[in-house]
Design a protein around this ligand. Structure first.
Ligand code: NAD
Length: 426
């Protein structure tokens, strides 16, 4: 008789609007089984990524109802934050693993802790640690999003991306500018280059210059603002003067491009405004901007609306790109499945999750455990307002009711496990 303790890990159907990804794909099941992990799948969980229940059943998963998952599962695997009704169904001793963005919603961590649920957030991973790289969901999803941003831009653009010489005339290649050349930006550059565009890239971290040029793009040099390399390979927030100088100098460059894709993020802060209203006004009719930083807090582009496409009075199309990775659901799910499986295997010892925040990876990702919010960055956001550090950048355009003091993201500290817990939302 098999007396080995086994874990039941459950894949739930994502409930947030437009979310088509699924946390595990069928081929993960074989990799988890030898580690004592059995997989339950909520019926229909893979439908959005064209993964039918039968594919999971054939791979050895049990197809069950949501109610059975909440009753029997040890670990719930999600892509994004669970919905409130899901959280209410969780019970003491269960764990939830996903991209929970706890710095944007620390009250979720408090709620899970109060229920005795262990919360693990992949977006808190110390990404520069080489052994953590298979678990890096921010990178895998940013890659997908950066690729899709170019396709979205090409779809909106009324001309060709490549140089085309035909009997009906010659079309010059599109001039594409990518602002913010981290993971998503570099993927956008590569994709735009493969479509034949003439591409430039710009980032406030000078170290990205070689990455940009190695992809065959030109690195845009600004003279008015220097380096803003921050902790752990991320950018720091610019001062108001630096911001203004950057915006002004960028405006002239933006006007010379047909397509602008913005990806700039600063961990735990609202995205920096790179394309001002004046810069948009200076662009030619037919130009396209895809703002991957678009969010309720405001994006990289003046006038962008998350989840919407607007056309300005001077004929510039601004796409407020939201959750682009979810629009490439099969590829995004396959990559995410690898990331979350690697995390689950890292955490599993002898048929149980072995939570140990002295481990550098766990220190970054474990948010709530044993009834308490254990991540210092998230815990500090839950302190009463008067004991919190001062906010350095109020969100000017944000309605008051969506910006309670506790939910304003804070700058992660170097001792919080590397990268910010609430990374980019793309
Ligand atoms: P991100 O999503 O936080 O930001 C996107 C880009 O925006 C960054 O390159 C950032 O420098 C840039 N940016 C921010 N403010 C800006 C401004 N005002 N003007 C212009 N650009 C601005 O970044 P990311 O894609 O998550 O990557 C951040 C860093 O982490 C990069 O250095 C990347 O190479 C590194 N990284 C390393 C690993 C690893 O070591 N395995 C994995 C992932 C990312």
């Amino acid at each position: 008789m098999d007396t080995v303790t086994r874990i039941k890990a459950a894949v739930v159907r994502e409930a947030s609007p437009g979310e088509r990804r699924v946390a595990l794909v069928p081929d993960a099941i074989d990799r988890l089984r030898p580690a004592g992990i059995d997989v339950l799948v909520e019926s229909g969980a893979g439908d959005g990524a064209w993964l039918p229940d039968a594919a999971y059943a054939d791979a050895g998963a049990s197809i069950v109802s949501a109610a059975e998952i909440y009753r029997t599962a040890d670990v719930i695997l999600t892509v994004t934050r669970p919905e409130p009704e899901t959280i209410r169904a969780l019970r003491k001793g269960q764990a939830v693993i996903g991209m929970l963005s706890p710095l944007a919603a620390p009250e979720l961590a408090a709620d899970l802790a109060a229920r005795g649920v262990t919360a693990i957030s992949l977006d808190g991973l110390p990404r520069t640690l080489s052994r953590a790289q298979p678990m890096d969901a921010l990178t895998s999803q940013s890659n997908v999003a950066g690729y899709k941003a170019v396709l979205v831009a090409a779809g909106e653009y009324g001309r060709f991306f490549p140089l085309l010489i035909t009997a009906a005339g010659t079309a010059r290649p599109a001039k594409v500018l990518v602002l913010g050349t981290g993971v998503a930006g570099l993927q956008a550059i590569g994709t735009a280059r493969r479509l034949g565009a003439v591409v430039s890239g710009y980032d406030i971290r000078p170290s990205s210059r070689d990455e940009v040029t190695s992809l065959g793009a030109t690195f845009l040099e600004l003279t008015s603002v220097g380096s803003a390399a921050g902790e752990g390979g991320y950018a720091r927030e610019l001062s108001p003067d630096e911001r203004e100088a950057q915006q002004e100098e960028l405006s002239a460059h933006i006007a010379r491009h047909d397509v602008v894709i913005t990806t700039a993020q600063v961990p735990g802060r609202r995205p920096p405004l790179l394309v001002t209203e004046d810069a948009v006004k200076a662009m030619s009719p037919g130009s396209v901007i895809v703002d991957m930083g678009a969010s309720a807090l405001g994006g990289n582009v003046s006038g962008s609306q998350p989840g919407e496409t607007v056309v300005t009075g001077n004929g510039v199309t601004i796409v407020g790109a939201e959750n682009l990775a979810a629009t490439v659901p099969a590829a995004a799910s396959a990559a995410y499945s690898r990331n979350i499986s690697a995390m689950l295997l890292h955490l599993t010892r002898d048929g149980a999750l072995a939570i140990d925040t002295s481990d550098e990876i766990q220190a970054g990702v474990v948010i709530a455990h044993d009834g308490a919010v254990v991540h210092p960055g998230v815990a500090s956001l839950l302190q009463p307002a008067e004991t919190q550090p001062a906010q350095s950048q109020p969100a000017q355009s944000q309605p008051a009711q969506t910006q309670p003091a506790q939910t304003q993201p804070a700058e992660p500290q170097p001792d919080e496990g590397g990268a910010g817990v609430d990374g980019p939302s793309h």
